[in-house]
Design a protein around this ligand. Structure first.
Ligand code: ATP
Ligand code: SKM
Ligand code: MG
Length: 262
């Protein structure tokens, strides 16, 4: 063997070690999940990720290829999260609820902890149409917009492990509820009108609430929608006084219970 062949042989041996270590690591990730489930330990423990990052920083301090190694570990972490998510849900999570209930906040947190893809329905529809939701309503009318919502829900049925953050009016159409349930668990996030007001009062991106930022208006609109929201929901989570970690942990545990019952 010439020197090049020797070096390639060594590289191949390194790849074997990396491959075995990755397979072993993935098995351990699954074992940790199973242990948490069997012992009723919280599934979400974001402090673990921080500890692993600190460990890597310490180990790579002042060493060559720190950025490259860090990038590999980031990808490993992302994949571990995806393995966990796939073990927990083999369907989509559909978040519904009143404006300010926390659909986007919880979607974003689920993306952070489980590396799940997030579909913000309003945002995707606005991007695809090349105009804001208000402009779509004005130009083509509400029926056109509602049809786009239905089509997007149907499109999502071919995917799994996606978090769908619905526009506020999505569950008002019965057909939409039928479509979202075909490959999704529907989670209704609720909050008291006072909580909603405190969350949305300084924001101007919610046309329905502009000029209506008071508890009476919010309570009235919420009551009008309550029945349809409740009817659509597989799970209802009250969010008042809870942070996003508590809400996501509750979501995971309630979904597990629901799956176990079926
Ligand atoms: N559990 C929570 N505790 C405290 N603040 C929260 C909580 N959930 C959301 N918020 C805050 O409330 C505001 C509204 O939340 P978010 O945008 O997630 O609501 P949404 O349901 O997506 O609303 P919309 O239907 O209008 O899109 C944000 O500023 C967010 O930071
Ligand atoms: O509650 C609603 O009917 C709506 C809420 C927003 O998310 C947008 O989807 C649109 O403004 C309609
Ligand atoms: Mg939102």
């Amino acid at each position: 063997m010439n020197q090049l062949e020797v070096l390639r042989e060594s590289l191949g041996q390194c790849d074997e070690i990396v491959l075995d270590a990755l397979l072993m690591r993935n098995r351990i990730v699954e074992d940790i999940m199973a242990y948490k489930e069997a012992n009723d330990i919280p599934i979400l423990q974001p402090e673990q990720e921080a500890k692993q990052r600190e460990w890597l920083n310490r180990r790579m301090e002042g060493r060559r290829h720190k950025d490259e190694v860090t990038a590999v570990f980031e990808e490993i972490t992302r994949n571990s999260k995806r393995i966990q998510a796939r073990k927990l849900f083999d369907y989509n999570i559909v978040l519904i609820g009143f404006m300010g209930a926390g659909k986007s906040t919880i979607s974003d947190f689920l993306r952070t902890v489980f590396a799940m893809e997030v579909v913000e329905m309003d945002q995707i529809i606005a991007e695809r149409e090349g105009m804001s939701i208000s402009d779509i309503f004005e130009t083509y009318g509400e029926e056109y917009f509602r049809n786009l919502e239905t089509e997007l829900l149907i499109e999502m049925q071919s995917k799994t492990n996606v978090v769908i953050s619905c526009g506020g009016g999505v569950p008002m159409r019965e057909r939409n509820v039928v479509e979202m349930k075909k490959n999704g668990r529907v989670v209704l996030l609720t909050a008291k009108p006072e909580t909603i007001l405190s969350r949305v009062k300084d924001n101007h991106d919610r046309p329905l609430l502009e000029g209506n930022k008071n508890v009476d208006f919010i309570a009235g609109l919420m009551e009008k929608r309550r029945e349809k929201y409740q009817a659509a929901a597989d799970i209802v989570i009250e969010t008042d006084g809870k942070d996003k970690l508590e809400i996501c942990e509750e979501l995971v545990q309630r979904i597990r219970t629901l799956d176990a019952e079926e």
